[in-house]
Design a protein around this ligand. Structure first.
Ligand code: ADE
Ligand code: ZN
Length: 353
């Protein structure tokens, strides 16, 4: 879907340099890779083509499919491969910096050791850093559908790893009916160990889950945060404190299905209220969409101009957990790339006239 002549911004937004802060490793795996790995590992998928499974009624039905996909991931090399390929795909979308979730509980449920998962991811990161023009740190997501004690064990593992490889922890999976405060021991341990903290909240549950994540668990970012719009007082606090939301507009249409169209998303209203909202893809392998699609849809849905779309890309830098010098270098690079992109667009327009 390219922008029309009357509004070139949606198409230009696709080629902006980007930071991505909300993207799941397992949900980024290429369907063709899942098929190959399942065959190699002797795992029988219920269909020949996993994309046939990728039609969701709600978050919980999505998570059931996520579990099936994760059965195909067995060896360290499987995790190395999907990590590398996820970053190859990110580069194609001009992602220059990513903080990527991994959710080891899904593979561990099928008997894969946590160390196997992590050894593979580490190898994939090392290869990607050597070969590709993208920097990536991982965020270990605990499973909110599982026991809080299992979450604490995962955080203890994360705490032993290099902070340059695992920068923080989050919580994903189901939200409905989950008392988020039960994860306090895991989040306290993370804080003591200097791990950054975020949480999926307000995606498939009320604004109260956002409040608990911030006020009880001490989160520094909120993943999704759609329902923040329902609590203006909390929204004002989040805006004032510059607590970022990692918003995934197309995912909210295609996975949680709380809206039919990006134009209905509270993203623009949250931004107008001063909230630091960022644009992200969530599970590109499973939705068949990319972060460039999210940028394009946001630009079109809210009639944003190019300045605004560039500012959204810069807001990703503000919201990320890279060291300050790395953030400054990213900012310098983005500004130069914005100028180059505008010059190219001008040349194209002149060439057509
Ligand atoms: N795991 C992968 N994608 C997710 C989402 N959108 N919400 C909760 N858990 C997830
Ligand atoms: Zn997510």
């Amino acid at each position: 879907m390219l922008g029309s002549m009357s509004d070139p911004v949606p198409a230009l937004a696709r080629s902006l340099p980007k930071v991505e802060l909300h993207c799941h490793l397992e949900g980024s795996a290429r369907p063709a890779t899942i098929v190959e790995l399942a065959k190699k590992n002797g795992v029988a998928l219920p269909v020949d083509d996993p994309t046939e499974l990728f039609h969701f009624d709600d978050l919980n039905s999505f998570l059931a499919v996520y579990g099936i996909i994760c059965q195909s991931l067995v060896t360290a090399d499987d995790f190395r491969r999907i990590t590398y390929e996820a970053l190859e795909d990110a580069v194609a979308d001009r992602v220059r910096y990513r903080e990527m979730f991994f959710s080891p509980s899904f593979a561990m449920a099928y008997g894969v050791a946590l160390e196997t998962v992590w050894d593979g991811i580490r190898a994939g990161l090392a290869e990607a850093h050597a070969d590709l023009d993208v920097r990536c740190r991982m965020v270990l997501d605990v499973d909110k559908g599982g026991a809080p004690s299992a979450a604490t064990d995962l955080v203890a593992f994360a705490a032993q790893q290099d902070r340059d490889l695992i920068v923080g922890i989050g919580g994903d999976s189901t939200e409905r009916g989950v008392d988020h405060s039960t994860f306090l021991p895991a989040y306290e341990l993370a804080a003591r160990q200097g791990l950054r903290r975020t949480m999926h909240a307000g995606e498939d549950g009320p604004a109260e889950n956002i409040a608990i994540s911030l006020d009880v668990l001490g989160c520094e970012r909120i993943d999704h945060g759609v329902r923040l719009i329902d609590d203006p007082e909390l929204m004002a606090r989040v805006a004032e404190a510059r607590i970022p939301l990692t918003v995934c507009p197309l995912s909210n249409v295609l996975i949680a299905r709380m809206i039919d169209d990006v134009a209905e998303h509270p993203f623009a209203r949250q931004r107008e209220a001063g909230v630091l909202v960022t644009v992200n893809s969530d599970d590109p392998g499973m939705t068949g969409t990319t972060i460039s699609d999210d940028y394009e849809h946001v630009a079109r849905a809210f009639s944003y101009d190019l300045d605004t779309m560039e500012q959204l890309a810069l807001d990703g830098i503000e919201a990320c957990w890279a060291p300050d010098d790395e953030k400054a270098a990213l900012r310098t690079r983005f500004l130069a790339e914005f100028d180059a992109g505008r010059a190219d667009a001008d040349m194209a327009v002149r060439g057509m006239s």
